[in-house]
Structures are given as C-alpha cells and as structure tokens.
Design a protein around this ligand. Structure first.
Ligand SMILES: *Cc1c(COP(=O)(O)O)cnc(C)c1O
Length: 233
C-alpha cells in the first residue's frame, strides 16, 4: 500500500510536470476522504502536507486524531459545508474551498467574529451550471464579492470549481478556461477582502487539462490513494 501510494505520487508528479512546462508553482491537495488517518500519515511521509476533506464530521474526527501533528498538516475543507457545521471547521482549516452561498459566508463571518479570527476561503463557482453542483454562477461572482466587502472575518483568496465529469477530460477544458478568465479579470479589479491568489481546479480525472488552463491548486484523491472504499450506509 505504502509503495503503491509512493509510486502513484511519483507518476502524478511526472504528469504534473508535463502539463506545466514552465514550472509554475502548483499546490497539490491530497484528498483523503473515506480513508483512515494512516493514509494521511503516508501522505505526510511523502511530503504532502495539504490535506483535503469534504465532510465536516469526518474532518473533525481526523483533526482530533492527528492533533499532535497539527504543525505538519494544513487542512482544506473542499466539500459543501452546511451552516450548522461551520463551528466545527472555523479555526482548524487553512482554506475552505467551498464557499458557495451568501448564507454560508454570513455564518462563517459570525463564527470568525466569535472566535476572533479571519477565515480564508475560496469562492466556489458552478462554471458549467450543473444542477447537481454547488457554487455560484460565473455572472454572479462580482455581486457576491461586493457583498462581502464589509465583512471583517472572512477573506476570499481565489476561486474553486468542479468540472462536470466526462470520460474524455478534454471536454472539461472549456469550463476551466472560463474560470481562469474570470480569475484574471477579478485580479485586476479591486474588492475589499478579496485577493485572487488560488485557482483550485482539477481532480484525478482532469488535473492535467486544468493545469494547462492555468490552475495553481489541484485536488487529488483516487490518483494518489486508489479507488475509495465504498461508503457504508
Ligand atoms: C473527492 C473530491 C476531490 C478528489 O476527487 P478524485 O477524483 O478522487 O481526485 C476533489 N475535490 C472535491 C471537492 C472532492 O469532493
């Protein structure tokens, strides 16, 4: 298992390099959802420190189990976050990738205020307007950013998207390109509490296309750790 993860990581790094001939800095989030903390330890042993989880409950359990490793792990919340779970997450994550509604933004702001901290987030954009996906539409991004200008405990440090799933990753290119264009446009505009630093796009099946289209943060699960164990109901 350990050897397999190591081999997967070596292969993945080669593929990233090929997609990124200029050698731009790309942050890899190791997505360990459904796996136990031993898999996180393996990732850490390979030098992967950015760890992504998609469920608040599961995240908190692992966070507590790895409390002693606090300095070594940078946690990323990448999945939809319910407002009543915000309290479990704020103060523990480096970045919440899934800011997908104004109601959630307000809840994070409130929690940040009560804990006396500033919460770093990415605005999740549903670039392909899929019904089943969370996130705001591209054309609503600016009004969203305007609305959080008065906040004191929340920062938006970039954009995140999940492309639709296609067997042929080439089909995701359009979606990634749209988000990159928005990212570059917003970079030139000036909003309080907003900086366009991170463009989080690309998963196991489409990360090379995402990198070619300008992603600087990819979220990888299966390509590193294999197929996920089936969830028990
Ligand atoms: C699970 C997940 C990933 C990783 O998916 P893989 O296909 O395993 O690479 C990335 N982003 C989000 C939001 C996820 O929930």
């Amino acid at each position: 298992m350990n050897r397999t993860i190591k081999k997967n990581w070596i292969d993945t790094q080669e593929r990233i390099e090929k997609a990124n001939p200029d050698g731009k800095e790309i942050t890899v989030i190791a997505v360990t959802k459904t796996h136990g903390t031993e898999v996180i330890e393996k990732a850490l042993a390979l030098g992967l420190r950015e760890i992504g989880e998609n469920k608040a409950q599961e995240f908190v359990e692992k966070y507590e189990l790895l409390e002693s490793r606090k300095k070594d792990v940078h946690w990323h919340m990448i999945g939809h976050l319910q407002r009543n779970k915000v309290k479990y997450v704020v103060g523990k994550t480096k970045l919440i990738h899934s800011l997908d509604s104004m109601r959630l933004a307000k809840e994070i702001e409130k929690r940040g205020e009560s804990e006396g901290l500033t919460v770093d987030t990415l605005l999740q954009v549903n670039a392909a307007k899929e019904d089943a996906k969370y996130g705001i539409f591209l054309e609503d991004a600016r009004s969203f950013l305007k609305n959080i200008e008065s906040f004191k405990h929340l920062k938006i440090r970039g954009l995140m998207t999940m492309a639709p799933y296609y067997d042929d990753p080439e089909k995701t290119r359009e979606c990634f390109r749209k988000l990159k264009n928005l990212f570059e446009d917003l970079k030139k505009e000036d909003y309080n509490n907003v900086s366009m630093e991170y463009l989080s796009m690309g998963m196991s099946n489409d990360y090379e296309v995402a990198i070619e289209e300008g992603s600087n943060m990819i979220r990888l699960g299966r390509t590193l750790f294999g197929e996920r164990p089936k969830l028990k109901k």
